[in-house]
Design a protein around this ligand. Sequence first.
Ligand SMILES: Cc1cc2nc3c(=O)[nH]c(=O)nc-3n(C[C@H](O)[C@H](O)[C@H](O)COP(=O)(O)OP(=O)(O)OC[C@H]3O[C@@H](n4cnc5c(N)ncnc54)[C@H](O)[C@@H]3O)c2cc1C
Length: 428
Amino acid sequence: MDVDIVVIGAGVAGLAASARLRSLGRRFVVIEAGNRIGGRAWTSRPPGLGGLPFDQGAVWLHAAERNPLVPVLARAGVPLVDAEAVRSGRTRVGNAWATAEQSRDYDRAWSRYMDVAGEMLAGPSADARLADVADELPGDPWALTIEAWEGPIIAAAPAARLSLRDWSDNQLSGGNLMARDGLGALLARVLGQDIDVRLGTEATAIAWDGGGPSGVAVETTGGTIRAKACIVTVSTGVLQTGAIRFIPDLPAATRDSIDALPMGLATKVALRASGEDRLDLPAFCTVDRQIRDRAEPAVLVNAWPFGRDHVVAWIGADAALDLAGHGPEEAAALVRDHLRNLFGARADRVFAGAEPVVTRWAEDRLFRGAYAYALPGHAGARRRLAEPVGEGRLLFAGEATHPTLAGTVGGAYLTGLAAADRAAAASR
Ligand SMILES: Cc1cc2nc3c(=O)[nH]c(=O)nc-3n(C[C@H](O)[C@H](O)[C@H](O)COP(=O)(O)OP(=O)(O)OC[C@H]3O[C@@H](n4cnc5c(N)ncnc54)[C@H](O)[C@@H]3O)c2cc1C
């Protein structure tokens, strides 16, 4: 027996599990295939943005009032910025900016949309698609815009493939907090403190049938580790590719849950301004546009975060998937076109010399997408995936397994803690 518990993956869930196991006094090892900790919480400092911090993945602490990381970071003495207090918004309608009356109607449209969604959720049908909500509002000028926010942008999922119940269960209402030097860097520093991670060590197979004294054997690129229990925190995208072989095969309920939780995709494109022109937008301004046709790409622009000289565009779901596998310049071209539609030739001048920074989550074989969404009819898959396998010798954790904070660092954190408690109990 090498250790009590093996933790696979040093993202937020794996780091949370490790910290809990340490506090419980258990012998554990955490392995990470990549060369850094933090997983999808990752701050880089790209030369294209003058070396300023850029969160490639998570950037906001959503649902701040119930986000478990808010008190964790507060205890660590880290100041956070209230995104709602500093944010403003602009909406483009056709070739003009929204009038006051249009903006008021856009605000009211959210209630219309939520009312229809609520009626559908209360109705007799087992589960609907998020897309069904807008389909019930055919004359509403804002329904597809709200759908673009809720599906492709926030859930990173195509509305036609997203379970309405899963979307509803994971609504992230409440405050949003940001970290000036990057949320990824902050989480890696605070959660990774004193955790000894074996970097560059990839799990390739897990024998979990309980045969022999150890119960679990994890084959890795650095040799076999024997333990009493194992916590797997890799994304469902990685699990779906079969990059980790399970011996024996996983039970059907676990396998089906993984299949019901595909990875959504959101691609960020950051562009730096070359001069002083800030397009008349204040810092932290969110720019969206009215969508009247589902064929239009869902693109959102966050301008000048922290007053810095770059914008970050967010391309959601289908449009991002279409671009995956192409070079970063194609995503950048889509964003440049979008900015030109919003601001005319002025945008071309502002970003003329920009060296675009483009995230590549779908192409990265250690992630295979942004975060998991549930297919219609499969809202229960997250809970089922978190069910212990093999009397608790095998546990799945990570954002995909949280029933109400899925797709977030807060959700990933809670699942890591829960899995650690279960693994500790199973390996007594
Ligand atoms: C573009 C984008 C924007 C986001 N924005 C937000 C946001 O604003 N707010 C928010 O709360 N959340 C956001 N998220 C989601 C958030 O980042 C994730 O929910 C969270 O970080 C997932 O943590 P995790 O521990 O579950 O998984 P991961 O971070 O994926 O950790 C799993 C780890 O396992 C490693 N691994 C993979 N395969 C193997 C293997 N075979 N062996 C060993 N290790 C392996 C991976 O390298 C990774 O480090 C965003 C994500 C993306 C991609």
